[in-house]
Design a protein around this ligand. Structure first.
Ligand code: ADE
Length: 241
Protein backbone atom coordinates (compact mmCIF):
# COMPACT_ATOMS: atom_id res chain seq x y z
CA UNK A 1 0.00 0.00 0.00
CA UNK A 2 1.29 3.46 -0.85
CA UNK A 3 0.29 6.43 1.29
CA UNK A 4 1.14 9.98 0.32
CA UNK A 5 0.62 12.79 2.80
CA UNK A 6 0.25 16.46 1.91
CA UNK A 7 1.05 18.69 4.87
CA UNK A 8 2.53 22.00 5.94
CA UNK A 9 4.44 20.15 8.66
CA UNK A 10 6.34 17.17 7.23
CA UNK A 11 8.32 16.95 10.47
CA UNK A 12 5.21 15.62 12.23
CA UNK A 13 5.55 12.35 10.33
CA UNK A 14 9.22 11.51 10.75
CA UNK A 15 9.27 9.57 14.01
CA UNK A 16 5.80 7.94 13.82
CA UNK A 17 6.30 6.54 10.31
CA UNK A 18 9.81 5.32 11.08
CA UNK A 19 9.11 3.67 14.43
CA UNK A 20 7.78 0.37 15.72
CA UNK A 21 5.31 -1.65 13.67
CA UNK A 22 4.79 0.97 10.96
CA UNK A 23 8.53 1.60 10.67
CA UNK A 24 9.15 -2.12 10.26
CA UNK A 25 6.32 -2.50 7.72
CA UNK A 26 7.83 0.31 5.74
CA UNK A 27 11.32 -1.26 5.84
CA UNK A 28 9.78 -4.51 4.64
CA UNK A 29 8.05 -2.73 1.75
CA UNK A 30 4.52 -3.53 2.94
CA UNK A 31 3.83 0.17 3.34
CA UNK A 32 5.39 2.93 1.28
CA UNK A 33 5.15 6.55 2.38
CA UNK A 34 5.61 9.85 0.61
CA UNK A 35 5.40 13.04 2.67
CA UNK A 36 4.95 16.22 0.63
CA UNK A 37 5.53 19.73 1.93
CA UNK A 38 2.64 21.92 0.85
CA UNK A 39 4.94 24.94 1.20
CA UNK A 40 6.78 23.75 -1.93
CA UNK A 41 3.66 24.83 -3.82
CA UNK A 42 3.21 28.10 -1.89
CA UNK A 43 2.58 31.32 -3.81
CA UNK A 44 4.97 34.18 -4.34
CA UNK A 45 8.20 35.08 -2.63
CA UNK A 46 6.84 34.07 0.78
CA UNK A 47 5.45 30.78 -0.48
CA UNK A 48 2.11 31.76 0.95
CA UNK A 49 -0.48 29.02 1.43
CA UNK A 50 -3.29 30.88 3.21
CA UNK A 51 -5.27 34.10 3.13
CA UNK A 52 -8.08 35.97 4.84
CA UNK A 53 -11.60 34.62 4.47
CA UNK A 54 -13.92 36.30 2.00
CA UNK A 55 -16.85 37.73 3.93
CA UNK A 56 -14.59 38.54 6.86
CA UNK A 57 -14.06 36.78 10.15
CA UNK A 58 -11.23 35.52 12.27
CA UNK A 59 -8.45 33.24 11.14
CA UNK A 60 -6.88 32.31 7.87
CA UNK A 61 -8.10 29.95 5.18
CA UNK A 62 -5.87 27.66 3.11
CA UNK A 63 -5.85 28.73 -0.53
CA UNK A 64 -6.84 26.22 -3.19
CA UNK A 65 -3.89 26.61 -5.62
CA UNK A 66 -1.14 25.01 -3.48
CA UNK A 67 -3.43 22.16 -2.49
CA UNK A 68 -4.45 21.50 -6.09
CA UNK A 69 -0.83 21.62 -7.21
CA UNK A 70 0.21 19.11 -4.55
CA UNK A 71 -2.74 16.74 -4.85
CA UNK A 72 -3.46 16.62 -8.59
CA UNK A 73 -0.34 14.60 -9.51
CA UNK A 74 -1.20 12.08 -6.78
CA UNK A 75 -4.75 11.79 -8.06
CA UNK A 76 -3.44 11.34 -11.59
CA UNK A 77 -1.25 8.50 -10.27
CA UNK A 78 -4.41 6.75 -9.08
CA UNK A 79 -4.57 7.77 -5.43
CA UNK A 80 -7.86 7.96 -3.56
CA UNK A 81 -7.79 11.39 -1.96
CA UNK A 82 -8.82 11.64 1.70
CA UNK A 83 -9.13 14.95 3.50
CA UNK A 84 -8.81 14.86 7.28
CA UNK A 85 -11.51 17.16 8.58
CA UNK A 86 -13.69 17.34 11.68
CA UNK A 87 -16.75 17.44 9.39
CA UNK A 88 -15.80 14.12 7.77
CA UNK A 89 -17.14 10.62 8.19
CA UNK A 90 -16.20 9.26 11.62
CA UNK A 91 -13.23 6.87 11.66
CA UNK A 92 -14.16 3.41 12.88
CA UNK A 93 -12.48 0.03 12.76
CA UNK A 94 -14.69 -0.79 9.75
CA UNK A 95 -13.66 2.33 7.84
CA UNK A 96 -9.96 1.70 8.60
CA UNK A 97 -10.37 -1.85 7.31
CA UNK A 98 -12.09 -0.61 4.13
CA UNK A 99 -9.48 2.06 3.37
CA UNK A 100 -6.69 -0.46 3.99
CA UNK A 101 -7.85 -2.39 0.91
CA UNK A 102 -6.88 0.53 -1.35
CA UNK A 103 -3.53 0.42 -3.09
CA UNK A 104 -2.85 4.14 -3.04
CA UNK A 105 -4.11 6.83 -0.69
CA UNK A 106 -3.34 10.53 -0.58
CA UNK A 107 -4.04 12.10 2.81
CA UNK A 108 -4.58 15.84 2.86
CA UNK A 109 -3.97 17.62 6.16
CA UNK A 110 -5.84 20.87 6.68
CA UNK A 111 -4.57 23.59 8.97
CA UNK A 112 -5.59 26.92 10.41
CA UNK A 113 -9.25 27.77 10.50
CA UNK A 114 -10.08 25.78 7.43
CA UNK A 115 -9.52 25.25 3.76
CA UNK A 116 -11.10 26.90 0.76
CA UNK A 117 -14.20 24.86 0.07
CA UNK A 118 -13.30 24.37 -3.61
CA UNK A 119 -10.61 21.93 -2.48
CA UNK A 120 -13.41 19.46 -1.77
CA UNK A 121 -13.77 19.03 -5.54
CA UNK A 122 -10.45 17.13 -5.42
CA UNK A 123 -11.36 14.97 -2.50
CA UNK A 124 -12.90 11.48 -2.64
CA UNK A 125 -13.55 11.02 1.08
CA UNK A 126 -13.44 13.11 4.23
CA UNK A 127 -12.55 11.49 7.52
CA UNK A 128 -12.82 12.76 11.10
CA UNK A 129 -11.17 10.98 14.01
CA UNK A 130 -13.75 12.23 16.51
CA UNK A 131 -15.92 15.08 17.67
CA UNK A 132 -13.21 17.46 18.78
CA UNK A 133 -11.17 19.96 16.84
CA UNK A 134 -7.41 19.60 16.57
CA UNK A 135 -5.07 22.29 15.30
CA UNK A 136 -4.60 20.42 12.04
CA UNK A 137 -5.04 17.19 10.15
CA UNK A 138 -1.53 15.83 10.87
CA UNK A 139 -2.37 13.85 14.00
CA UNK A 140 -5.64 12.59 12.45
CA UNK A 141 -3.65 11.43 9.38
CA UNK A 142 -1.25 9.54 11.66
CA UNK A 143 -4.16 8.01 13.55
CA UNK A 144 -5.72 6.89 10.28
CA UNK A 145 -2.40 5.48 8.99
CA UNK A 146 -1.89 3.55 12.22
CA UNK A 147 -5.44 2.18 12.29
CA UNK A 148 -5.29 1.13 8.61
CA UNK A 149 -1.80 -0.34 8.73
CA UNK A 150 -2.95 -3.07 11.07
CA UNK A 151 -5.24 -4.33 8.30
CA UNK A 152 -2.63 -4.36 5.56
CA UNK A 153 -1.74 -8.03 5.08
CA UNK A 154 1.54 -8.96 6.79
CA UNK A 155 1.87 -5.83 8.95
CA UNK A 156 0.77 -7.63 12.11
CA UNK A 157 0.07 -11.30 12.46
CA UNK A 158 -3.54 -12.25 11.82
CA UNK A 159 -3.87 -14.19 15.07
CA UNK A 160 -3.06 -11.17 17.19
CA UNK A 161 -5.50 -9.04 15.21
CA UNK A 162 -8.43 -11.42 15.47
CA UNK A 163 -8.88 -10.93 19.22
CA UNK A 164 -8.40 -7.17 19.27
CA UNK A 165 -11.10 -4.87 20.51
CA UNK A 166 -13.77 -4.20 17.83
CA UNK A 167 -12.52 -7.01 15.57
CA UNK A 168 -15.49 -9.20 16.51
CA UNK A 169 -17.67 -6.25 17.43
CA UNK A 170 -16.70 -6.55 21.12
CA UNK A 171 -14.01 -5.15 23.40
CA UNK A 172 -10.99 -7.36 24.00
CA UNK A 173 -10.77 -9.59 27.08
CA UNK A 174 -8.21 -8.78 29.81
CA UNK A 175 -4.61 -9.93 29.25
CA UNK A 176 -1.95 -10.87 31.80
CA UNK A 177 1.73 -11.76 31.82
CA UNK A 178 4.26 -12.47 34.57
CA UNK A 179 4.34 -12.21 37.55
CA UNK A 180 1.50 -14.44 38.68
CA UNK A 181 0.90 -12.23 41.68
CA UNK A 182 1.58 -8.53 41.80
CA UNK A 183 0.83 -6.29 44.80
CA UNK A 184 -1.91 -8.61 45.93
CA UNK A 185 -3.49 -8.86 42.47
CA UNK A 186 -3.51 -12.38 41.09
CA UNK A 187 -3.76 -13.60 37.52
CA UNK A 188 -7.02 -15.59 37.15
CA UNK A 189 -6.24 -19.27 37.83
CA UNK A 190 -8.05 -20.47 34.71
CA UNK A 191 -5.23 -19.02 32.59
CA UNK A 192 -2.75 -21.54 34.08
CA UNK A 193 -5.10 -24.48 33.64
CA UNK A 194 -3.84 -25.51 30.20
CA UNK A 195 -7.46 -26.15 29.13
CA UNK A 196 -7.61 -24.19 25.92
CA UNK A 197 -11.36 -24.53 25.50
CA UNK A 198 -11.92 -23.30 29.07
CA UNK A 199 -9.54 -20.41 28.54
CA UNK A 200 -11.37 -19.47 25.33
CA UNK A 201 -14.71 -19.61 27.13
CA UNK A 202 -13.38 -17.44 29.95
CA UNK A 203 -11.98 -14.91 27.47
CA UNK A 204 -15.25 -14.71 25.57
CA UNK A 205 -17.13 -14.18 28.82
CA UNK A 206 -14.75 -11.41 29.94
CA UNK A 207 -14.99 -9.81 26.53
CA UNK A 208 -18.77 -9.78 26.84
CA UNK A 209 -18.55 -8.51 30.43
CA UNK A 210 -16.24 -5.68 29.50
CA UNK A 211 -18.37 -4.66 26.52
CA UNK A 212 -21.56 -4.77 28.60
CA UNK A 213 -19.97 -2.62 31.32
CA UNK A 214 -18.13 -0.12 29.16
CA UNK A 215 -19.67 -0.04 25.71
CA UNK A 216 -23.13 -1.61 25.82
CA UNK A 217 -23.91 0.25 22.56
CA UNK A 218 -21.58 -2.16 20.73
CA UNK A 219 -23.64 -5.21 21.65
CA UNK A 220 -26.46 -4.31 19.25
CA UNK A 221 -24.12 -4.60 16.25
CA UNK A 222 -21.98 -7.53 17.44
CA UNK A 223 -22.43 -11.02 16.01
CA UNK A 224 -23.51 -12.96 19.11
CA UNK A 225 -24.09 -16.69 19.53
CA UNK A 226 -26.86 -18.24 21.61
CA UNK A 227 -24.22 -19.08 24.22
CA UNK A 228 -23.14 -15.41 24.29
CA UNK A 229 -26.74 -14.36 24.95
CA UNK A 230 -26.98 -16.75 27.87
CA UNK A 231 -23.76 -15.30 29.31
CA UNK A 232 -25.04 -11.75 28.82
CA UNK A 233 -28.29 -12.59 30.59
CA UNK A 234 -26.27 -13.94 33.51
CA UNK A 235 -24.04 -10.88 33.57
CA UNK A 236 -27.02 -8.54 33.40
CA UNK A 237 -28.63 -10.39 36.28
CA UNK A 238 -25.53 -9.53 38.29
CA UNK A 239 -24.72 -13.24 38.41
CA UNK A 240 -21.24 -14.24 39.54
CA UNK A 241 -19.03 -16.51 37.40
N1 ADE B 1 -8.72 18.33 11.80
C1 ADE B 1 -8.97 18.98 12.96
N2 ADE B 1 -9.69 18.23 13.79
C2 ADE B 1 -9.89 17.04 13.18
C3 ADE B 1 -10.55 15.84 13.52
N3 ADE B 1 -11.17 15.69 14.70
N4 ADE B 1 -10.56 14.83 12.64
C4 ADE B 1 -9.96 14.96 11.45
N5 ADE B 1 -9.32 16.08 11.06
C5 ADE B 1 -9.28 17.10 11.91
Amino acid sequence: MRIDVVTLFPGYFEAPLGTSIIGRASERGLLEFGVHDLRDHGLGRHRSVDDQPYGGGAGMVMRPEPLFAAVEPLKAAGATVVLLDPAGERLTDALARELATLRHLALVCGRYEGIDDRVRALVDREVSIGDYVLTGGELPALVLIDAMSRFVPGVIDDASQAGDSFAGGLLEHPQYTRPESFRGMDVPAILFSGHHAEVDRWRRRESLRRTLERRPDLLAGAPLTDADRVVLDELRGGGED
